[in-house]
Design a protein around this ligand. Structure first.
Ligand SMILES: [Fe+2]
Length: 486
């Protein structure tokens, strides 16, 4: 499977075929298609490609590059190509077209005549290098690279609740214990660390400071000497990560004076302070992962397509955006956000969709009040986006099962084949909390997921769940679970 998918759009492609072929000659990282007709171009799903090489003149098709720009928009970066660049004419032609297409992402230019010179290989190498760098940056492509048949290993942690007085006495070594076990005994390479929320006890800055210190140590052990280690830590907030004092500001009236006064209001002022309840989490997640979405995303929900070259897409779901002191169990994802998620480009259904949330669906279809309140809406969105795997926490127990994405489907054990209209759900236990804070009979621990791939596509998911206790880490009851995807 090629890493970069390129479309060449040229009304005289057959006459210039050899020049375009020279660009990608002998480099298996690129797969290239061309458009024979304008109608072929119009049928393209642009967001499924990494770059479009577009001829500056499309006269033989009776259209202009402005017509092409109007269709491409911001969905895919464009390199403009021409056989005879003219400093004045070509540039003014391009400038005029770009002035009417503000959203087009012009990433570079290609002078095709250079590819006919004796030194064409140097030019081709330069063009490919530029394509690699720009595409990687524009797609926020992660640096992690694996062979097409290599498995992806995910360490799934949840609910450490740093700062909680209910920490288990033996959890003070939890991070070292996990790292030692994975490195020295399992001897596997971890590619991603997923933390499904409730990182802290009460969303306070000093608790997040402790979380950073402990999690950085763990990540530096498991993702050593890798410049991209931060981008491979994926996390979502939980209800314990909400700072209720900040979220409740709309319910309090302040009067500045000497001394000032504070009194509660009977109704919210509706000034929108609720979102500040997650401000400390934003800062923490930004520091730990360096992902700008933690600063920029309004609702802290986005698609992480940095690893689409590995055949996977992570969908980061914030299930606590509506949690406040007057609605502490309003675990849901706004329907407008879900609608946008379904619509949002890039749309590439061949990717293996992994949703990450703190809350999940009920265990058996009967809501306990601790589940996602609007699961019916969420599962409909999962159907549309073809999400196959949901990782979550909150329940302080380990679960792997198959959850139906429609009312008439049935919950079933996590084995065999995942069918269309189903999602595999994996809940991780708490890593740190004591037995009074856990489901009866469930221990502390963590999950290790193995996504087996063939030709770059995920074919199966295996979940190995391990217990942390006063014994040596060991398999939890029922583990491992294995589900075939295709
Ligand atoms: Fe929780």
């Amino acid at each position: 499977m090629a890493k970069f998918r390129i479309v060449v759009v040229d009304d005289q492609y057959s006459a210039r075929r050899d020049l375009y072929k020279n660009i990608f000659s002998g480099d298996a990282d690129f797969s290239v298609i061309d458009c024979e007709e304008w109608s072929d171009f119009c049928k393209l799903k642009f967001s499924e490609y990494d770059a479009i090489i577009l001829d500056v003149n499309l006269d033989d098709w009776g259209v202009t590059i402005s017509d092409a720009f109007a269709r491409i928009g911001s969905r895919c970066p464009v390199w403009l190509a021409s056989l005879r660049w003219n400093q004045t004419l070509t540039h003014s032609h391009i400038s005029a077209a770009l002035s009417g297409a503000k959203d087009v992402v012009l990433a570079g230019t290609i002078a095709l005549e250079n590819l006919a010179f004796p030194s064409w290989e140097d030019h081709a190498f330069g063009i490919r290098s530029q394509l690699r760098i720009v595409i990687s940056r524009m797609r926020h492509r992660g640096l992690l690279d694996l062979d097409f048949d290599d498995s992806i290993k995910i360490l799934h942690l949840s609910d450490p609740q740093y700062g909680d007085p209910g920490q288990d006495d033996l959890a003070f070594l939890a991070e070292q214990e996990v790292a030692n076990f994975i490195q020295n005994e399992l001897d596997v390479n971890i590619h991603f660390i997923v933390i499904t929320g409730d990182v802290t006890f009460s969303g306070q800055p000093h608790e997040f400071d402790l979380a950073i210190e402990r999690l950085q140590k763990l990540a530096s052990r498991l993702l050593p000497n890798r410049e991209d280690w931060r981008e491979r830590i994926l996390m979502v907030p939980g209800n314990h990560d909400v700072d209720f004092s900040l979220a409740a500001a709309d319910w309090i009236e302040f009067s500045i004076g000497s001394p000032g006064t504070i009194k509660p209001k009977s109704r919210s002022s509706g000034l929108g302070h609720l979102r500040y309840g997650l401000q400390c989490f934003r800062d923490f997640a930004w520091k730990l992962s360096n992902n700008p979405n933690w600063r920029d995303a309004d609702d802290l929900i986005w698609m992480n397509d940095s690893f689409r070259h590995l055949g996977v897409r992570f969908i980061m779901l914030n299930s606590v955006a509506s949690v406040g002191f007057d609605s502490p169990k309003n675990y849901m994802i706004n329907s407008d956000v879900l609608s946008r998620m379904v619509e949002e480009s890039p749309r590439d259904e061949s990717l293996f969709g992994i949703a990450i949330s703190h809350h999940g669906p009920s265990v058996d279809g009967n809501s306990s009040g601790e589940d996602l309140n609007n699961w019916a809406q969420i599962r409909k969105s999962f159907q549309q986006r073809k999400i196959k795997l949901l990782l979550h926490g909150h329940g302080h127990r380990r679960i792997a099962d198959i959850v139906p994405l429609s009312k008439k489907g049935r919950y079933r054990a996590a084995n065999g084949q995942l069918e269309a209209g189903e999602v595999m759900r994996v809940m991780a236990p708490t890593t740190h909390l004591d037995e009074t804070m856990r489901s009866e009979g469930d221990s502390r621990g963590f999950n290790l997921l193995t996504l087996s791939r063939h030709h770059g596509k995920v074919e199966s998911v295996q979940v190995d769940s391990y217990e942390l206790s006063d014994d040596h880490p060991h398999f939890a009851d029922g583990s491992p679970w294995k589900v075939r995807i295709i």
